[in-house]
Structure formats: structure tokens, C-alpha cells
Design a protein around this ligand. Structure first.
Ligand SMILES: *[C@@H]1O[C@H](CO)[C@@H](O)[C@H](O)[C@H]1NC(C)=O
Length: 333
């Protein structure tokens, strides 16, 4: 008991220092959607406050070089190492690549180099538009586009894009302190995996919604040149939309986004059962790719991937598709 308590405290401290794990295996059940509540309001307008794009993309981000809090088989490298190893760079077409090392052979059970970047600026609300041409996927691969606040889980965590291994659909998850749940009477098109947002190192499932569309994640996403994930975070809730490349609303492309015109989001977490303002604050934005660990590793045996996750990590050819290609990330308020 003593040891367990000490370990729990250690994990909490790690979480507070490093930003904590995103969602793991959630229970699956379908939600009933009755009298749906709608989040976005037509009378709201949004102004661009930050645009991360092009040759200056990395100016707004720090490279996280600590151990992976989700216990992945990765070494997150510094900016200089990432640049010299070709793991983080801006291309001449102004898109930004964040890659996993696909050249080195590593020992079975060893770590592979990857990157995890964190925005220098923090946010307590906003409309966030992330345009990706591709995302990492494959056996052992666990990419995420997410944000996290201080003193995990007290400052909250919003997982906008996340999945593992050969997954075909995106999972969207919130993690909070006690007292926040998913109101399934809200209008959203995804299906509910879990309604308890309160998370701890012992139970880190969070409240989660799975996109029903197989172009929302991984191979299916990349085959259509990706698309846009937009999420609106205000005192009324947190809603996430996914638009395939060919169906991006014109107002998003014109940088005059109007969420009230986008239809039902893929996921929506309403303030009716979660006081958004008190559970989510001072978030850093994060893009990372880890390997194996708490989710991709735990789910590996049932993923359809061969051998073991450790063996997958050892072989560089498994990581040819483990790349984020970012067009831009825009923040409106
Ligand atoms: C890249 O961005 C720069 C600076 O905004 C711009 O001048 C240039 O035309 C862009 N290049 C492409 C290929 O879009």
C-alpha cells in the first residue's frame, strides 16, 4: 500500500511536470441522443490570434525532451537533434513535417527517436483549426494532437486527434479532475465510448467519443490528403469537427470561421454536465507521436499487427508512414 501510494504520487508529479497521458482504452457503448443541445452560436465572430504555418512554424513551439509520460518506446529529441536527423522541418511548400526516425534499427525493447512539440503560448478558450495533409499511423504508432493544462488532471486535457496501431477512426477524449461528465443529450455524430471525464493515473480512460468516419484517422485520412480538425472551446462546451480534404467549409479556408454553419460536430462535451471554465485552463497545444506504451502497446496484441510492439519498434521500415504533415494551425478567439 505504502509503495502504491508513493508510486501514485510520483505519477501525479510526473503528470504535473510533463503533461500527462492522453486517453487509453475506453469502454464501448452507444449513446442515446435525445433533444440534442447545440453548442455553436450564430452571433459569435472569431478573430485570428495565432497562425502557426510556414518557415516560422517552429518559432511558436518548444521541443519536449523528457521521458514519455505514457511510457512509450521513444526518445523525444531536441529541436537541433530533430532538425539534423530530419525529424522536424518546414518544406519549400510551407508545410511542416514531424516524423518518427525511419532509418535507424534499434534493439528490441529499445527506444526510437520521435518528436513532441508544445506551444509556447497557452490558451483558456478559443477556436482551433488544424489542417493536416497526413498523420502518423501503423503498427505500434500512437499519434496525438491535443492540449493540456497545469497539474494534470486539474487543468484538463483535450485530445482532438488520437488513435493507435491500425485504427481507422479518430478518438476524441477529455480528461479532468472529479466532477465532469459527458452529457450524451448533446448533438454530435460520433459514438460514445465513455462518459466519465475524471481521470487519474489508475483510470485514465476519460470521456471519449469515436468518430464514425474512417477518413478521420490513419491510412483513410492520409489517402484523401487529410483534412481539417476544428475545435471550439468556450464556457458552453468543447466541440470537435472533422472535415475531409474535399469538404472543408469555405469560411475555414477564408479564415473567417463560422462554426454555427458547420452542422453537428463529431464530438461535443457540453457545460451542462461539466463546468468547462473550471476544468480547462492554461492549455499548451501539443503534437506528438509516441510508440507502444500505455495505449498502443496495451492494444497491440488485439490490433492485427504482427509479432510484438517491441519488435515493431525495432524495424525502421515500419515508420515510413509515421509522419505528420501540417499545413497550418490557426487559433481564433
Ligand atoms: C511560403 O510562405 C511564404 C511566406 O509567407 C510565401 O512568401 C511563399 O509564397 C509561400 N510559398 C508557397 C509555396 O506557398
Amino acid at each position: 500500500m505504502q509503495i502504491l501510494t508513493a508510486l501514485s504520487v510520483l505519477f501525479l508529479i510526473q503528470g504535473a511536470l510533463a503533461g500527462h497521458p492522453h486517453g487509453t482504452h475506453a469502454r464501448r457503448h452507444r449513446s442515446r441522443q435525445i433533444t440534442p443541445k447545440v453548442h455553436a452560436r450564430a452571433d459569435q465572430t472569431y478573430k485570428l490570434v495565432d497562425l502557426y504555418q510556414g518557415q516560422s512554424f517552429f518559432d511558436g513551439w518548444d521541443f519536449f525532451t523528457g521521458g514519455d509520460p505514457t511510457h512509450g518506446l521513444v526518445d523525444f529529441v531536441s529541436q537541433s537533434e530533430a532538425q539534423s536527423a530530419g525529424l522536424a522541418y518546414v518544406q519549400s511548400d510551407n508545410t511542416t513535417v514531424l516524423a518518427v526516425d525511419d532509418k535507424s534499427t534499434v534493439a528490441v525493447g529499445g527506444n526510437r527517436k520521435s518528436v513532441r512539440i508544445t506551444s509556447k503560448k497557452t490558451y483558456s478558450n478559443g477556436l482551433f483549426i488544424a489542417d493536416f495533409y497526413s498523420m502518423p499511423h501503423g503498427c505500434g504508432v500512437w499519434p496525438a494532437w491535443w492540449s493540456t493544462g497545469p497539474n494534470w488532471p486539474n487543468g484538463g486535457e483535450i485530445d482532438v486527434v488520437e488513435g493507435v496501431n491500425l485504427g481507422q477512426t479518430n478518438q476524441m477524449t477529455l480528461h479532468t479532475a472529479d466532477g465532469c461528465s459527458l452529457d450524451t443529450a448533446t448533438a454530435f455524430t460520433g459514438h460514445t465510448l465513455g462518459t466519465t471525464c475524471a481521470s487519474s493515473p489508475a483510470d485514465n480512460s476519460g470521456c471519449a467519443i469515436e468518430d464514425t468516419n474512417d477518413n478521420s484517422y490513419g491510412h483513410g485520412f492520409n489517402m484523401i490528403a487529410g483534412g481539417v480538425f476544428a475545435h471550439l472551446w468556450d464556457d458552453n462546451g468543447i466541440s470537435i469537427w472533422h472535415f475531409p480534404r474535399g469538404s472543408i467549409p469555405a469560411d475555414i479556408t477564408a479564415k473567417t470561421p463560422n462554426p454555427s454553419s458547420w452542422g453537428h460536430p463529431a464530438a461535443s462535451f457540453a457545460s451542462s454536465s461539466c463546468d468547462i471554465k473550471s476544468h480547462f485552463y492554461d492549455h499548451s497545444l501539443v503534437i506528438d507521436t509516441t510508440l507502444c506504451g500505455d495505449w498502443a502497446g496495451a492494444a497491440y496484441a488485439s490490433s492485427g499487427c504482427p509479432a510484438t510492439c517491441e519488435e515493431a519498434v525495432a524495424d525502421p521500415t515500419n515508420f515510413k508512414n509515421a509522419k505528420w504533415n501540417v499545413n497550418y494551425i490557426a487559433v481564433y478567439q
